[in-house]
Design a protein around this ligand. Structure first.
Ligand SMILES: Nc1nc2c(ncn2[C@@H]2O[C@H](COP(=O)(O)OP(=O)(O)OP(=O)(O)O)[C@@H](O)[C@H]2O)c(=O)[nH]1
Ligand SMILES: [K+]
Ligand SMILES: [Mg+2]
Length: 443
């Protein structure tokens, strides 16, 4: 347990109706008593308190105080929460009083959650879920974060680790008691279980990065020749004039990014420079960046002026792939009958008259949704998880190729350690616990 008591404003900064100041650590309760002049507090009960600065004797506020005795608190430590009026001066007065008390200090970013993790109140995936929930900008993001915070990922990874530990227990037994004749079918069964597990983890890894896309946002690039109407479409998507629109070809030069909520899903849209050859070095740099961005995006809108059909720009045609929505814009001026462009059926629209826009938005939303679809199984949300799971699979693959029990056991240990890195939990003690509680050698 930490011997320092930390405090911080837990609600957002700035003027508001109610502000929450939180304390955690051994002195939290005595601080509550000093500020309120009372000592009789019921656990987890909102008490009306007059807060008075103990040194100056100045009143701070008339508010509420809640006391959460350890270990039944967010951090697992003694916690006190003050709900006070959210004026800047009131909040500052309380923070100043706390700052003057011995043994108290302002919390570092994430320190309350860190203490919760250290006191086994949550594992690393739950802590990450909590961070994501606070940063979530769309409904789907918040849903995924909440699910992770409530332990969906942690449970999955712990379950996998437990299953490996049980199998490991078998190999530990073979190593420690070589004279006991353990039946061969037990080993075959153990190996079959590892193979199953390996497939489950591989399936989880093959999720098209949906959890990561939902967490970080789907990257969408709008590309096409100059004057196709790319910036006009960005402005329609963003519902404001993000980019300059003009009839001068080559208006957009740099990449213009906009963060959007499309059907509850986060999308980072990039408007790009029109693709063409130019003598202007700045414009050419813009074209290079546009092509780069198209390459690195999860989804592309490849846009042409419908009037250009059938003489479409080759640079733009070259970018079309399975992740492209091909659009013929300016249908208010021209609507050629085209069945296929680069293997895709074009979508007609007008970014100016707004014809076809509703259908296009629907199509776009579907494409975004399938890329970060929330299904029954929880999705991994971070590269950190992915790397550890890949290490785990590697160890399981090695295990399958090895007969010697000592080496096989070592690979299983590496596999559990990789999973343990994700949740921050597993250590050797866990292996021993399973061996002795679950495996009856002396039978
Ligand atoms: N009639 C018609 N005009 C459009 C449509 N969409 C865009 N425009 C016009 O076409 C011109 C070019 O539009 P922009 O949005 O600037 O085109 P862009 O693709 O961003 O062009 P660059 O940035 O130069 O590559 C502007 O005058 C727009 O008003 C449309 O659907 N119909
Ligand atoms: K333009
Ligand atoms: Mg533009």
């Amino acid at each position: 347990m930490n011997d320092q008591t930390i405090y911080a404003l837990a609600s957002g900064a700035g003027r508001c109706g109610v502000a929450v100041v939180r304390l955690s650590g051994p002195q939290a309760f005595s601080v509550l008593c000093r500020l309120s002049g009372k000592s009789d507090f019921k656990a987890r009960y909102a008490h009306r308190v007059q807060l008075i600065d103990p040194v100056e004797g100045d009143p701070i506020d008339d508010g509420l105080a809640l006391y959460f005795p350890a270990p039944h608190s967010f951090t697992g430590e003694e916690v006190v929460e003050f709900q006070i009026h959210g004026g800047r001066a009131v909040v500052q007065a309380l923070l100043d009083s706390l700052a003057q008390m011995d043994g108290l200090r302002l919390a570092e970013p994430g320190e309350f959650t860190r203490r919760a993790f250290e006191n086994d109140k949550m594992d690393l995936t739950a802590a990450e879920g909590l961070a994501d929930l606070i940063h979530a900008e769309t409904r789907a993001q918040a849903k995924q974060a909440l699910r992770q915070m409530e332990g969906a990922l942690g449970t999955l990874y712990n379950d996998w680790a437990d299953r490996i530990l049980h199998i490991l227990a078998h190999f530990e037994a073979v190593i420690d008691f070589p004279d006991e004749d353990l039946p061969e079918e037990v080993e075959a069964g153990a190996r079959a279980k590892v193979a199953n597990l390996q497939h489950e983890i591989e399936d989880h890894l093959k999720d098209g990065h949906r959890g990561e896309l939902l967490r970080d946002g789907v990257r969408l690039a709008i590309v096409g020749p100059p004057n196709a109407g790319k910036s006009s479409l960005l402005n329609q998507l963003a519902k404001r004039e993000v980019a300059i629109v003009s009839d001068i070809a080559g208006t957009t030069r740099d990449i213009i990014e906009s963060h959007l909520d499309i059907g509850g899903y986060p999308v980072v849209v990039s408007d790009t420079a029109g693709l063409r050859h130019s003598e202007d070095v700045i414009e050419m740099e813009g074209v290079r960046r546009a092509q780069d961005r198209a390459q690195s995006s999860d989804l592309k809108v490849v846009m042409f002026d419908a009037a250009d059909w059938p003489n479409l720009d080759q640079k733009t045609l070259d970018l079309i792939d399975d992740d492209s929505l091909v659009v013929l814009n300016k249908m208010d001026q021209a609507k050629p009958d085209v069945a296929d462009i680069g293997g895709q059926k074009p979508i007609y629209m007008s970014a100016k008259s707004k014809e076809g826009l509703v259908d296009f938005f629907k199509r776009l939303e579907e494409e975004v949704a399938t890329r970060c679809m929330m299904t029954g199984a929880p999705a991994l949300t971070r590269a950190r998880h992915r790397e550890a799971l890949e290490d785990c699979v590697e160890a399981l693959v090695r295990f399958a190729e090895i007969d010697l029990p000592e080496l096989a056991a070592e690979d299983l240990r590496m596999a559990t350690r990789a999973l343990g890195r994700i949740t921050g939990r597993i250590d050797v003690e866990d292996v021993l616990d399973v061996v002795f509680s679950d495996f009856c050698i002396g039978k």
